[in-house]
Write a protein that binds this ligand. Sequence first.
Ligand SMILES: [Zn+2]
Length: 379
Amino acid sequence: MSTQGFGPVAGSAVFRGISGQKKIIMAANIRIAHVAKGIFRAAKDTGSAVFMELARSESDLSGGYTGMTPQVFSEKMQAAAEATGCDVWALHADHISVKKGDAADVQATKDLIDAQVKAGFTSFAIDASHLFNFTGKTVREELAENIRVTTELAHFIRSRMHGREFGLEVEVGEIGRKDTEGMILTRPEEAVEFIRALNENDVFPQVLAIANGSTHGHVYDALGNVVEQLSIDIPQTKAIAQALRDNKLSVGIAQHGITGTPRDLINLHFPKGDIIKGNVGTFWQDVVYATFKVYEPELYKNIQEWTLEKYRPANPGKNDRQIFDGNCKMAIKEFYKEIYAVEEATVHAIEAMAYAESLVFFRAFSSEGSAALVRRTLP
Ligand SMILES: [Zn+2]
């Protein structure tokens, strides 16, 4: 990949670098690439390592809803890293989701992974958490399909990386899943059994995503207003980390769905070091749209009208604000050309805002200084 020294480092190197430290590394989902330079610049200025990532839904072989294939995403991130001189970052494939787990599904997933490896990704999150056997009699039986598919894909990634090291995240417990009682949370024994089974299969992820009460995207009140997310279960998260340690399983926790969680709460109450990776996605999309609203009112209006026309029929009873909020991500691909052709001043404002917001995240995550720790472990 990039030979100028600003190409992505292995995700595993980042986790090794911060091992034992009370730090969380931000993983930013860059649905619209205009935020990337601001994030990289803040990472560089604070000495923070950072992950740049997109999930399968956001970026796949046909572009996903961001319109970026893995190759396009990789090129944009490498260019932004180089332009800002940021050298400690990983290119991460977030939520490589496998929802059915049959042969065709697994093969299509391998095709995606192939493209990600070719594009220079250095870190991968296999998400087979949907494959949960609700009639299983033991935890192992409940998780059998997740274990089988995660193992197969992890071995596939290793074979395709040809000896290069890489980050590996796996997932147990679907994030945001609810039943009639509320959120379904991952239990400590599930996390332990899952990682133990993977280790037995010669799969050693550095990081585990769990369901601990967060939701992807925004949280709403009964009127459809966006509200703060206060639902992350911190004691449960600590209990899982403790159970993993007690069983000598060496894996940290990935906190997904951070958007909306107050950063003072993160700063003072998140178990840093138990949680080692913090995913922030929708937040960055908000930064772009908030800027468009003022700098590109016509484009914003077009995006708004397209989204409402398309998604109103499927959302009876919801107000327009919530329909737009929940579906505006789908407009990114539709307006790809316009979004990437906005005025220089618009891009500048987005970058500045992304920079400032990143500073606050890096402080809340205590990631300052992590880049130097990672650099020491690099070959
Ligand atoms: Zn996620």
